[in-house]
Design a protein around this ligand. Structure first.
Ligand code: HEC
Ligand code: HEC
Ligand code: HEC
Ligand code: HEC
Length: 176
């Protein structure tokens, strides 16, 4: 009886997992090709100048390894999934889901927040918001909900998170 229910659940859920799994990561360099000019809104350089671009490298420091050790992890911080989950993207997916230009070292990058971009990155799709979203682009009506998935007390170095102040430091809107 129980086995039957589990099996039925697996069959119903399988297509969902498949449709989430099929978008792969192209990496910030690819997004940056079209998102660096003044006309586009310079999202690339805003990101490069933010600490999100350094989030993986931060895990490669002695300080990070010390924190990981104190938390009881036996691996280096940059190899510890419990650290990587807020400091990087793509570390936990099959290599076939990563474009050659994708690098985990780019830390919290465009696709960490906007979703893996293989299927929405073409100019034709990008120019149509509905189509982009249908192909995996994530946008946020309430950005703060996204921020606090990482900026919270689970961070070993957590500091208070004030959305207005923090958003002002990374905001990268399209020009009016
Ligand atoms: C081939 C060029 C190109 C590439 C590559 C590209 N974009 Fe875009 N993107 C655009 C253009 C052009 C727009 C503006 C569309 C508009 O204003 O109608 C846009 C819009 C967006 C928007 C705003 C959507 C909206 O309407 O609010 C986001 C977010 C975005 N891109 C993220 C990304 C991410 C993340 C990547 C990498 C995975 C990426 N883009 C790659 C050209 C590109
Ligand atoms: C830490 C999360 C985060 C990262 C990293 C990030 N974004 Fe965004 N992005 C947001 C949020 C939140 C918004 C504002 C709400 C929205 O439009 O969904 C936004 C808005 C945008 C917009 C403008 C939408 C508009 O209508 O004005 C574009 C374009 C965009 N992002 C592209 C990028 C690109 C390209 C990168 C990488 C170079 C990037 N983002 C990195 C979270 C992020
Ligand atoms: C995937 C996890 C993740 C998400 C989502 C995220 N951040 Fe971050 N953020 C980090 C990490 C990790 C750092 C620290 C990077 C480092 O120091 O190397 C950071 C650092 C920052 C910093 C630099 C802190 C400082 O004192 O200057 C700002 C600003 C920031 N985030 C704003 C935001 C905002 C605003 C959002 C939501 C729109 C957001 N972040 C979403 C993980 C995230
Ligand atoms: C829940 C998300 C989250 C997890 C899990 C997480 N971090 Fe972070 N980390 C952040 C955020 C957000 C920041 C930036 C601001 C802050 O400290 O809250 C940050 C900043 C840092 C910094 C720089 C801050 C400083 O004071 O130098 C180090 C180092 C660090 N994290 C190491 C780690 C290590 C090691 C682990 C794993 C044991 C880890 N983090 C797990 C979200 C996280």
């Amino acid at each position: 009886m129980f086995a039957k229910i589990v099996l039925a659940g697996a069959i119903v859920l399988a297509p969902f997992f498949y449709s989430f799994a099929q978008h792969s990561y192209v990496g910030v360099k690819t997004c940056g090709m079209c998102h660096k000019s003044e006309k586009a809104g310079q999202q690339l350089s805003i990101w490069e100048n933010s600490l999100h671009s350094k989030a993986y490298k931060t895990l490669q420091t002695e300080k990070a390894d010390k924190i990981a050790k104190e938390k009881g992890f036996t691996t280096k911080a940059a190899e510890t999934p419990e650290c990587l989950k807020c400091h990087a993207s793509g570390y936990n997916v099959d290599a076939s889901m990563l474009d050659k230009k994708f690098s985990v070292e780019d830390g919290v990058q465009c696709e960490t927040c906007h979703g893996p971009g293989s299927d929405y990155k073409s100019m034709k799709i990008m120019k149509n918001k509905e189509e982009a979203v249908a192909n995996g682009l994530k946008l946020y009506e309430k950005p703060e909900d996204l921020c606090i998935t990482c900026h919270n007390a689970e961070s070993p170095t957590a500091v208070e998170f004030d959305f207005a102040t923090m958003w002002a430091k990374i905001k990268h809107n399209k020009p009016e």
